[in-house]
Design a binder for this molecule. Structure first.
Ligand code: IMP
Length: 181
């Protein structure tokens, strides 16, 4: 069984689903008002659960694609290095890109991605992040749709991992003692 004894629940599943529905409604209203349709780009692997819930909460004919960047591995602090490990399948020409990311921590990943993909001809680039840790920011990135601002603690669940585990938890939890996991 999945051992959750060392986890403290920070955001319960019902609060996540309420917030994701609200974000989906805002995205629907904003893009509809502009006569646009968002092209959702999920940042793997952490964004997978957020994407699957968010896309069902957006009432527009969205398209999706996936990208993967190097992540923490088994560490709990950022190396600052960003590497593209899986590129997009589709062209971004003229598209209204909405990045769907699990968490913005230092901001390095999203700053790299938005710079790179603006140069690939996207008409607009926005960011939706389930979580944001403002205290850890090294580069300012404008997050257009943010689920929750959280303190500087290492969190897992709802797509987020520690050493590739805990992604399947339906809630966001804090690992009380990451080195002992
Ligand atoms: P950034 O480039 O520092 O903003 O980091 C973004 C990436 O780091 C996220 O997409 C996550 O994969 C990972 N990350 C940052 N904070 C956490 C955390 O508390 N738990 C799990 N992964 C995290």
């Amino acid at each position: 069984m999945l051992d959750t004894a060392n986890l403290r629940i920070l955001i319960p599943a019902n609060e996540i689903s309420d917030r994701v529905l609200a974000l989906g409604a805002r995205i629907t209203a904003d893009y509809h008002a502009d006569g646009r349709v968002p092209h959702l780009i999920c940042v793997l692997k952490g964004g997978c659960m957020f994407l699957s819930d968010l896309m069902r909460a957006v009432n527009l004919p969205v398209t999706i694609d996936f990208i993967a960047v190097s992540s923490y591995g088994s560490e709990t602090t950022s190396s600052g290095e960003v590497r593209l490990t899986k590129d997009l399948d589709q062209s971004l020409d003229g598209r209204d890109v909405l990045f769907v990311e699990d968490i913005v921590d230092t901001g390095l990943t999203l700053s790299y991605l938005t710079d790179t993909f603006r140069r690939r001809g996207a008409r607009s680039v926005k960011i939706a992040a389930l979580l944001s840790k403002p205290a850890r920011r090294q580069i300012e990135v404008p997050i257009d749709y943010v689920g929750f601002e959280i303190p500087d603690e290492f969190v897992v669940g709802y797509g987020l991992d520690h050493a590739e585990r805990y992604r399947n938890l339906p809630f966001i939890g804090v690992v009380e003692n990451p080195t002992a996991v």
